[in-house]
Design a protein around this ligand. Sequence first.
Ligand code: AHG
Length: 342
Amino acid sequence: MTVVKTLGQFIIEKQTDFPYAKGELSRLLRDIGIAAKIVNREINKAGLVDILGEAGNINVQGESQKKLDVYANEQFISALSVGGECALVASEENEEVVLLNKAVSKNAKYVVAIDPLDGSSNIDVNVAVGTTFSIYRRKSKEGPATVEDILQKGTEQVAAGYIVYGSSTMLVYTTGKGVNGFTLDPSIGEFCLSHPNITIPETGHIYSINEGNYVHFPDGVKRYIKYCQVEDEATARPYTSRYIGSMVADLHRNLIKGGIYIYPTTASAPKGKLRLVYECNPLAFIIEQAGGRATNGYERILDIEVTEIHQRESIFIGSTKMVLLAEDFMAEYSPKEILKVV
Ligand code: AHG
């Protein structure tokens, strides 16, 4: 008989990894899992938009349709608010941090950073999208939580994860003791452990970058891309180029198969495009826990000072050997001092 372990069962089992745990983090992770299922249900209906009505329109039940990223934001925030373990949320969808229902969360120890629906432009064309989240212990001990509570380096994350809504829906998370992946079984409505103890291959043959921006890349990145494209039997080059434009999906593939994802600085995004707090940090934590590496080309993502919630950062993330080599190209052709002068 096949033994199925659900996300809920797994979280409770793993609580014993933390001898003084009172179950708050477990409940928080469970709340995120619940919201993910609701969001997944709505994403699956996205193709029916011509039948059910576009976002902004009134649907057949007379309810107004919401854009999916707005909908996802509301679902995650509401699940965290009702759950009561989270004091404050920083979301890609909200300019300012959101203080949660004080009555329920007044003793809450945790704060959460989230990108509720990353790569949302892919929804219209039926391509995978994702959610990323980071959980921190709040810094203040009493009173209402403030933005300061979430302005913490990635190294302070207590847990982080992502959900990829793809050909199947998966939730992958870490609490700093390895990485585990759960696939949603729609027939029972549960995330089931499908990928225990995920480790990323030390090297791979996939590079993921928006090459349309090539002309604007730092020389180090240009040279690294050319390296990936050169024929060399010993290192199985040329590598394969794969870019979905949904970081979670690109990263998930590279986590399983081995590879590197790069979003460097460009002319239109001189500090990088991706957001440090709710995109780069959670994914960096996961990849490091899986044995990989995540830097901005020079320094470790998790060590970067956080000064604002929507801060941008460039990222080189994936299989350790590939990221290290890309960093060598940066050091040689785009040394940090030169970049600073430009
Ligand atoms: P968005 O949610 O605005 O679609 O952004 C997606 C993010 C990330 O997931 C993806 O890898 C990257 O931006 C794609 O950006 P480009 O279109 O510039 O390549």
